[in-house]
Design a protein around this ligand. Structure first.
Ligand code: C5P
Length: 203
């Protein structure tokens, strides 16, 4: 039987990798909700009004291959402050979370706002230095020329915007289990997360 798994945490903490592995393990569908905000952010860089972009968002917009750039990440966290933009994206995410076959959603407000009834909530984090180093390696492998300092500054700016906004700020839900991946290998982080989920559900 399916259930909902909510995974939140700051940028580059390892949520994406963990979410995909967890979804594959339980054979659940996976939604990276950051892509919704990135798709809206990318449209604003082309001059579209944020709310207009959010209201007209279609699945194909999330398949844009340029959504993983630092510019789009910053634009995403700026549109994510706007309550009306967040409200426009709620129904799609909640419907995804309610899938009968089970769903893993990762983002910033899944356990607190989108799926407060999720059976398991994880809050995945790591130190800003570790997260910036991971993002730096990821970006340089793709040919991006950002320096370590720029990537760390970007990560910190996004953390501040995500944690300090009024609407749906990034924070662990009261009943979330914290996983700090700073000193964990990917395999260990996945094993820890699956262990937590199994302990909660008996699956
Ligand atoms: O997870 P990702 O880095 O792709 O998210 C991009 C931005 O989208 C975040 O920095 C955050 O501002 C926003 N976001 C959000 N709520 C979510 C997912 C992402 O506000 N559930």
């Amino acid at each position: 039987m399916g259930f909902t798994i909510a995974i939140d945490g700051p940028a580059a903490a390892g949520k994406g990798t963990l979410s995909k592995a967890i979804a594959a393990h339980f054979d659940f569908a996976h939604l990276d909700t950051g892509l919704l905000y990135r798709a809206v952010g990318a449209k604003t860089l082309l001059g579209v009004q944020p709310l207009d972009a959010a209201l007209k968002l279609v699945a194909a917009d999330m398949e844009d291959t340029d959504l993983r750039t630092p510019e789009v990440a910053q634009a995403a966290s700026k549109v994510a402050i706007i309550p009306e933009v967040r409200a426009a994206l709620v129904d799609f995410q909640r419907a995804f979370g309610a899938r009968a076959g089970g769903a893993v959603l990762d983002g910033r407000d899944i356990g607190t706002v989108i799926c407060p009834e999720a059976k398991v909530k994880l809050y995945v984090t790591a130190s800003a230095q570790v997260r910036a180093e991971r993002r730096y390696l990821e970006l340089s492998a793709k040919g991006d020329v950002s320096t370590r300092e720029q990537v760390l500054a970007d990560v910190k700016a996004r953390d501040a915007r995500d944690m300090e906004r009024v609407e749906a700020p990034l924070k662990p839900a009261d009943d979330a289990v914290l996983i700090d991946t700073s000193d964990l290998s990917i395999a260990d982080a996945i094993a820890q997360a699956i262990g937590v989920i199994e302990a909660h559900t008996g699956e």
